[in-house]
Ligand binder design. Structure first.
Ligand SMILES: NC(=O)c1ccc[n+]([C@@H]2O[C@H](COP(=O)([O-])OP(=O)(O)OC[C@H]3O[C@@H](n4cnc5c(N)ncnc54)[C@H](OP(=O)(O)O)[C@@H]3O)[C@@H](O)[C@H]2O)c1
Length: 248
């Protein structure tokens, strides 16, 4: 059954830019009240909220570091009860600081991508259980499934961990009509892709993708919305990677 999301309250972590911003906008188009979350990019988040409001939607900024347990629990308890949580925030695996040690960088990546997602789920599920309705999406990556170059191992491990969250919470929360799924994209053509990959890298990747292109933010966000609306799917991973993970 495809559900109507009008008047549902949605929180999209890391939605000041990229895929998160597009998911926030599409949820607003579906009639949701949308919390746009970030820590650093407040100006960008303001622009996302402004665009939603200009289009007749309802939205506000939710400034919160999802890795800080005390802060996230407190802040989520003070906003409208969240019906839809999209765990989208991440540390960019290509942005390792010059001073980061191996353990330090691995821990930072896990802390945003995995621990932050776990904490956000814990912060919203009591309310969802009471209302007996909830939708949780963990944005993973094709890199959770495949072997990766050394520098991407912490990222790949963090994304594989999100699948563990999806499986276990799906079973725990199913009796309360709360579904939990992962959406695992391949290469997404976000506005930030140029800072990570050169034109040549993108061309090489396109060659390896069976559909010979990256995904647009719009089509990836649409897959997230479709998964939220699919009320009988839980504990699953929806792969949107142009066939990349099956390619020889
Ligand atoms: N881009 C791709 O090709 C691709 C491919 C596969 C999967 N994915 C997945 O898709 C999702 C979105 O990717 P993207 O490229 O759009 O991401 P992105 O541009 O790197 O944006 C990440 C977002 O996370 C936020 N963030 C970082 N640390 C945070 C924290 N502690 N608390 C709250 N927010 C935090 C950032 O905001 P601030 O820094 O302002 O706080 C930003 O809004 C990610 O989960 C990513 O792993 C992306």
């Amino acid at each position: 059954m495809s559900e109507n999301l009008t008047n549902k309250v949605a929180l999209v972590t890391g939605s000041s830019q990229g895929l998160g911003a597009e998911i926030a906008k599409q949820l607003a188009n579906e009639g949701c009240y949308v919390y746009v979350n970030c820590v650093h990019g407040i100006e960008k988040a303001r622009m996302v909220v402004k665009e939603i409001l200009a289009g007749g939607g309802a939205s506000e900024i939710f400034e919160c570091d999802i890795t800080d347990e005390k802060v996230i629990m407190e802040k989520i308890s003070k906003i409208k009860p969240v019906d839809i949580l999209v765990n989208n925030a991440r540390l960019d695996p290509y942005n390792r600081g010059a001073d980061d040690t191996e353990a330090g960088w691995f821990t930072k990546i896990l802390s945003v991508n995995l621990v932050g997602s776990y904490l956000a789920i814990l912060a919203v599920i009591d309310g969802m259980k009471e209302r007996r309705w909830g939708r949780i999406i963990n944005i993973s990556s094709v890199q959770a499934h495949v072997a990766v170059p050394r520098k991407l191992i912490p990222y790949s491990a963090s994304k594989a961990g999100m699948h563990a969250l999806t499986r276990s919470f799906a079973i725990e929360l199913a009796p309360y009509n709360i579904t939990v799924n992962s959406v695992a994209p391949g290469m997404i053509l976000t506005e930030g892709i140029g800072s990570r990959l050169s034109e040549k890298d993108i061309e090489e990747r396109n060659e390896r993708i069976p559909l010979h292109r990256g995904a647009s933010c719009k089509e990836t966000a649409q897959t997230v919305i479709d998964t939220i609306k699919a009320s009988y799917i839980t504990g699953e991973t929806v792969n949107i990677n142009g066939g990349l993970w099956l390619a020889p």
